[in-house]
Design a protein around this ligand. Sequence first.
Ligand code: AMP
Length: 397
Amino acid sequence: MAKVMAVNCGSSSLKFKLYEMPEEKVITSGIVERIGHEDAIFQIKVGDNKLKEILSVKDHGEAVQIVMDAMIKHHIINDIHEIKATGHRVVQGGPYFKESTPFNEDTYKKIESLIPLAPLHNQAHLVGYNAFKKVLPNTPAVAVFDTAFHQTMAPEDYAYPIKKEYAEKYMIRRYGAHGTSHKYLSEVGDKLLGDKENKRLIICHLGSGASISATKDGKCVATSMGLTPLGGIMMNTRTGDMDPSVYYQIQKMSGKSYEEIFQEFNKQSGLFGVSGVSNDSRDVSNEANNGNEDAKLALDLWSRRIADFIGQYYVRLGGCDMIIFSAGIGENAPELRALVLNKIKEALNVDIDWNKNNEARGIEEEISTPTSKIKVYVIPTDEEVMIARDAYKLIKE
Ligand code: AMP
């Protein structure tokens, strides 16, 4: 038995989950938000209680210390050295990382060199890693990449039709994202399919950020997110794929900078931009039910893009055995799943048990009928357990 910690550091946040391995038992979890502020928020689970504290947290180093002190104070651990390994989520692994990789000088330098491709994320991950290294200098750490699972894609699935010079010089290609979630869901989906050979899955990770991937026998064949998480399907605040000249035209007409428009495409578009309501799909859904036409259009666009990708991946895989819905929206919003399913059911011979669809909220559930040509499942994702597994591997080997 060993305790390992899954860590997800953002530019002003630190999320953590402590596991007892190999049982995969969650001992505690929590978050430090608003790092760098006098009124940072620290939350930690102690048994069934969630404790919350507002306090000054100068930097990530202080945040790690606060987490460790709280775990000792609440008798979750007796000593910080009980934590035998840490696993750190890293958004961009570029073409370098096909799997989770122990942190060493080379890993660190490569993650650093990829900062231009994920400026906010990769920088923050390294700040987080350094903060842990200071407190636990001899504890092994592993980097778990959001992009690694998608490295099995063939050039025809990841290359962009741009000048070769740009692709090579600036490493411009599709990398995808949410790979840890897609990998977890493909493993669960493949297990549910049992002994069948040639398992073809279409996995819809529909959270605030969202992506779809096509997998064959546990390997990623195609994924919707692109060079950055802006690509693919329409999301809560991101545009997803568009004619690139939309960028050019808005820039020319509005006089705004490319940077400003890039931020708008990331943070003020998608469901939020089209509906003008909110960046939370629940609010958009409620408004649409109240007759708000912009909210309705937003959801129609959203579900149309997802249905189109499912159709595309059906062709790419030469058929499909299972469609999986997961993440915040995919797990919890039956009415939004229904919007997508109604757009694919006829062409793909998908038959849904609508009662089951309505009941499936935050639980694993088959929502298709036995006669459906494709099985449709709701499966809660678990990226943290994948990080914990990779961290545990470090000390097991
Ligand atoms: P995630 O990024 O996976 O945490 O997902 C966040 C998204 O899931 C937000 O747009 C939420 O509105 C949506 N979401 C979470 N719970 C529900 C729910 N019960 N019904 C509808 N949408 C939900």
